[in-house]
Design a protein around this ligand. Structure first.
Ligand SMILES: NC(=O)c1ccc[n+]([C@@H]2O[C@H](COP(=O)([O-])OP(=O)(O)OC[C@H]3O[C@@H](n4cnc5c(N)ncnc54)[C@H](OP(=O)(O)O)[C@@H]3O)[C@@H](O)[C@H]2O)c1
Length: 232
């Protein structure tokens, strides 16, 4: 039997791009899905498709730059899954504008990217962790980025680096608990965020994107590069 059958999974940013791929893959593993984006309309086509394939699906909406909305989302998701979410896939993110004048600092870019890309995943992780720890099983995946040497995109890059720090410094707390928290670097892929010039197809995020969910070694704080598994 597949190990994730009937596990409850929340995928943030499931309306398109990498999140949609991850949601589809988790559904194929037998998970019950909670699909997030900013509007219910945006996840409706995927929800319809997954339901037609026999998957149990809910859709939820929240603007992740609003911390109060993130906490409301967390409570709604806990209620939908009866108290304990099994898999949290923190995928949603935005990329702030490219500043050719890389020495300019735009505080609003930093504030927005940290709210959506760092604070929201941390709030969601910390909300769901206690119930995961109580049941002795849970998987949290935080989607990061291999971006480097691009100060033109520093607000985005720094928000991901802060998320990496959160995952790595939380990892020791999870040792031996049955709950893991890891990082997934999808690679540079053709999505709305990655743009049309990215070298990789969005589908190449699989099967690597599920590696930190399916791992049974109990290790947290690991950086998983999806492209290491592409075509496997
Ligand atoms: N594509 C790449 O090359 C690449 C490379 C490295 C890392 N990543 C990471 O991979 C993840 C997914 O990226 P992607 O390329 O699939 O992006 P995408 O196609 O632009 O999709 C972004 C998703 O995040 C949601 N989202 C964006 N801003 C939001 C906000 N303020 N509040 C709530 N939800 C919001 C969107 O929901 P709506 O439907 O509401 O718009 C959408 O579902 C991100 O964490 C990104 O940083 C991507």
């Amino acid at each position: 039997m597949k190990p994730l059958v009937n596990r409850w999974a929340l995928v943030t940013g499931a309306s398109r791009g990498i999140g949609q791929q991850v949601a589809q893959a988790l559904a194929e593993e037998g998970c019950r899905l909670i699909l997030h984006s900013r509007t219910l309309d945006a996840t409706a086509p995927l929800a319809d498709r997954l339901r037609s394939q026999g998957t149990h699906v809910h859709t939820v909406a929240a603007e992740l730059s609003d911390s109060a909305a993130v906490l409301r989302l967390a409570a709604e998701v806990s209620a939908l899954c009866g108290g304990t979410l099994d898999i949290l896939y923190n995928n949603a993110a935005l990329m702030t504008p490219y500043h050719a004048d890389w020495l300019s600092v735009v505080p609003a870019d930093y504030e927005l990217s940290f709210r959506v890309n760092t604070i929201a995943p941390i709030l969601l992780s910390n909300h769901f962790l206690p119930a995961m720890l109580a049941q002795g099983w849970g998987r949290i995946v935080n989607v990061t980025s291999g971006i480097k040497d691009q100060p033109e995109l520093m607000a985005y890059a720094a928000s991901k680096a802060a998320l990496d720090k959160f995952v790595r410094d939380t990892a020791p707390k999870l040792a031996g608990t049955g709950v893991t928290m890891n990082l997934l670097d999808p690679g540079w892929l053709r999505t709305d965020l990655g743009g049309p010039n990215a070298p990789g197809a969005v589908e190449s995020v699989l099967p690597g994107a599920l590696v930190p969910v399916l791992a049974t070694d109990g290790v947290s704080g690991r950086w998983v590069s999806a492209q290491d598994f592409a075509g496997v």
